[in-house]
Design a protein around this ligand. Structure first.
Ligand code: GLU
Length: 506
């Protein structure tokens, strides 16, 4: 057994690597970094019937986008490969036979029909069929059948599987870093298929053999694998690998936003948030929506872990310093998309205006071409009102385009009495300004309001809608300076005419 921490992220390329899988990858990454260890990416593709073309590359692209570096794996190589299970078939076969030879596994010849019959017989009695010491005598396997019969079946080439033989009347203990000591009754364990009749191992055999051969020190995975773990522990013992058995950490479930039940793709579809990190088939991912990888990492880190302090914003480096498995919670973690957006917003606000402009420009509609220096200033103006870079184009296009329509509510409420004349007068005063900068514009507008003993909202609200079309937005004096005198006056004049028409139509 080598020294040091070695973890693995072991997804199956079945096409559905959702955000929960990414959280597992992140915790493996952070734990490994914390200990200066090695993280392995292993592709568990033994179930060929569920294999999805492109899914392996998708997993690699996700890890690359998020910056979860692996030191060994299918994409980077290493001296304990191959790292794709379909390339290791001969290894599993050899280990499966080793267990048969040592009496820890046996051959089973039951056909699919025979297994279905056994299951339905149990169901009729209201029980669930378990293939184990209590039932295997009634089935066709190398324990229940005579040696001659087994040899005959083998000679005839009758398809068979290899099953794990579970010792009776034992406590199987899983010492889980997150859940503590979990004890299972060996008599209740299923004697799982380890090697299938198609010549491929099952997940259980391949997983245990690989974790051993790849010298994995810590198995960090989702809670749904906890019920399989006692069978894995039985296998480690059967192989004689108990002393070097990895430590287990089963991560809590990710729950629906309501906190009830496991998060599913359907919940995400219903509530309109992505379930995939990157676009997958026709679905947009977190990346396409405009999530920054650091923000998504920060959000996911808190989905089942907390640092024990009030601090919420952590870079990936900071996280790897403070992260440990002891602070991973047992209780399910509620998925809160609003919180994910909040993290993104924090990262967006912390960006320099230049960096934000670069990001915003990558989402620009094709027909828009704005010089970077202008875009940089514009980003500075509306930064606090954005969650995603694309918001700039969805919500703040008035920075570069005259509004096409105006918030009718503001017009209805504010465009009355002699407001039109007041705005004529205000236009004239603004026109007279030589320097059209924040302080000057502010002085004119605020001075006018005071002089006429008006409320701020009487002027500022309609003025904002004239310039932007919408009721909320950035500081109007900064916006005026950005737009420039000619543009401000032009927008005011066009809007005043529309406001008159809108008011007349009410
Ligand atoms: N291949 C399993 C999965 O897709 C990995 C489980 C494990 O990490 O042991 O989740």
């Amino acid at each position: 057994m080598s020294q040091g921490v070695r973890t693995r992220y072991a997804p199956s390329p079945t096409g559905y690597q959702h955000i929960g899988g990414v959280r597992t990858a992140l915790y493996c990454y952070l734990f490994t970094r914390h200990h200066g260890g090695t993280m392995v990416l292993r592709i568990e593709d033994t179930d060929r019937s569920r294999y999805v073309e492109g899914a392996e590359q998708y997993i690699i692209d996700t890890l690359e986008w998020l910056g979860y570096d692996c030191q060994e794996g299918v994409h980077v190589g290493g001296d304990k490969g191959p790292y794709r299970q379909s390339d290791r078939q001969a290894i599993y076969e050899q280990y499966a036979h080793q267990l048969v030879d040592s009496g820890n596994a046996y051959l089973a010849f039951d056909t699919a029909e025979e297994l279905t019959a056994a299951r339905s017989a149990c169901e009729k009695k209201g029980e669930t069929f378990t293939y184990n010491a209590a039932t295997r005598e009634q089935m066709r396997n190398s324990i229940s059948l005579s040696k001659e019969e087994v040899d005959r079946l083998l000679n005839e080439g009758v398809p068979h599987v290899i099953r794990l033989r579970v010792p009776q009347d034992e406590e199987v203990v899983v010492n889980d870093i997150v859940r503590g000591r979990v004890v299972f009754d060996s008599n209740l364990l299923d004697e799982k298929v380890l090697f299938k009749s198609d010549g491929m191992p099952t997940y259980h055999l391949a997983n245990v053999v690989d974790d051993h051969l790849m010298e994995i020190s810590h198995v960090i995975r989702g809670e749904e694998w906890l019920p399989s773990t006692p069978s894995h522990v039985v296998m480690y013992k059967a192989f004689g690998w108990e002393d070097s058995m990895p430590k287990f950490a089963h991560l809590p479930l990710i729950l629906k936003p309501t906190g009830k039940g496991k998060l599913s793709k359907r919940d995400a579809d219903k509530l309109g948030f992505p379930i995939f990190p990157l676009a997958w088939e026709s679905e947009r991912g977190y990346r396409e929506l405009g999530f920054f990888p650091e923000a998504l990492t920060n959000f996911l880190a808190f989905l089942g872990w907390n640092p024990g302090t009030e601090q919420e914003i952590f870079s990936k480096e900071e996280l790897s310093k403070v992260f440990n498995l002891d602070r991973v919670s047992k209780a399910g973690a509620r998925f809160d998309f609003e919180k994910a957006k909040w993290f993104n917003q924090q990262y967006l606000m912390a960006m320099s205006d230049e960096d934000l402009a670069a990001s915003v420009s990558s989402f620009a509609p094709e027909d828009i071409n704005i010089p970077m220096d202008q875009l940089t200033v514009a980003c500075g103006l509306v930064k606090e009102r954005m969650v995603f870079p694309i918001d700039f184009w969805k919500q703040h296009h008035y920075l570069f385009q005259q509004p096409m329509d105006y918030d009718p509510k503001t017009v209805r409420k504010k465009w009355k009495n002699n407001r039109a004349e007041q705005f004529q007068e205000l236009c004239a005063r603004l026109e007279a300004l030589e320097a059209f900068e924040v302080a000057e514009v502010e002085q004119v507008v605020k001075g006018y309001i005071k002089e006429k003993e008006l409320g701020f909202g009487d002027i500022l609200q309609p003025w904002r809608v004239m310039l932007t079309g919408i009721p909320g937005g950035p500081d109007l004096f900064r916006l005026s300076q950005f737009l420039g005198k000619q543009e401000v006056l032009k927008r005011m004049k066009v809007a005043m005419q529309s406001f008159d028409e809108m008011a007349a139509a009410i």
